[in-house]
Each structure stands twice: as structure tokens, then as C-alpha cells.
Design a protein around this ligand. Structure first.
Ligand SMILES: [Zn+2]
Length: 148
């Protein structure tokens, strides 16, 4: 997504977990522990992917997007479909998105990535932003200029 920033990727951690599972150091029951809430979120708000589950290899993974942030008030911590995120990003200044992959077959689940969305990313650094954030916004602005 165009306004996503401060992306944290968790693929290294995931690979480490899978290595431990395949080496027999960790049981599948320890990593295939999706809660009923997570599975419901995957069913109703999840984004189907073409990726096979690394554990059972019989189902495709579903991505669930959880949103967090003060501006969300009682919606904080809820799952949202991918299609709902751009509208939220236009109305809110800043919120955090956590992407979790889940297998509805064997209950495997793992954090995929986290990132920030919101209007703040489009500004050239407001007065409330820290120096680093302002610099990032400025860089993104320049990149947008360059693409024009
Ligand atoms: Zn599975």
C-alpha cells in the first residue's frame, strides 16, 4: 500500500520457528495454536493467499489484518479486510497494522509483518512528528515527486 511505512518483516522469525518444528525441537501443537477468535477473524475478514501452509501443506494460508491505534478507540484490536484499510488510512492520522497468517486446516499461525498507515505518511512532516519521521516523510515525498 502506498502510505505504508515503518514496515517490520517477520519472515526470519517464522523461518526459525519452522526450522525448529522440522528439526523436531518444537512440536506442531506448540505452533498450531490459532485461537477461535483468530480463526473467526480469518473466516470473516481474512485475505485468502496462494501460499500453502508450511505445516500441513493441504490448505492455503489466510492473512488477517489487525488494526491498533488510539484514534481507533473501541475498534482497536479488531480485524479488518484488506479492502477496508485504504479508507481508514485516508481518515485517520496514524494506526498500526499487524498481519497474521493462519491455516484453517491445522491452526498454524504466525506474525507476517507490521506497518503504519494513515494520513501522517502523506504529509511533509507535521509539527507533532519526530525528526526521524519527518525525514522519512520528506524522503517519501521526494520519491513521489521523482515518479511523476
Ligand atoms: Zn496447515
Amino acid at each position: 500500500m502506498r502510505t505504508s511505512r515503518q514496515v517490520v518483516d517477520y519472515s526470519l522469525q517464522k523461518r526459525a520457528v519452522l526450522r525448529d518444528v522440522f528439526a523436531g525441537r518444537v512440536g506442531t501443537y506448540d505452533v498450531c495454536d490459532a485461537s477461535p477468535y483468530l480463526k473467526n477473524a480469518a473466516r470473516f475478514h481474512g485475505e485468502p493467499t496462494e501460499q500453502r501452509c508450511p505445516i500441513c501443506r493441504s490448505e492455503n494460508l489466510t492473512h488477517v489484518h489487525y488494526i491498533y491505534g488510539d484514534e481507533l478507540k473501541q475498534s482497536a484490536g479488531q480485524a479488518r479486510t484488506l479492502a477496508e484499510l485504504p479508507a481508514l488510512a485516508m481518515t485517520l492520522r496514524e494506526f498500526q497494522v499487524f498481519v497474521v497468517e493462519v491455516c484453517l486446516g491445522c491452526d498454524w499461525n504466525h506474525l507476517v509483518e507490521q506497518f503504519l498507515l494513515g494520513r501522517d505518511g502523506l504529509a511533509e512532516g507535521g509539527p507533532e512528528q519526530g525528526a526521524a519521521e519527518a525525514a522519512t516523510a520528506a524522503t517519501q515525498g521526494r520519491r513521489r515527486e521523482a515518479q511523476r
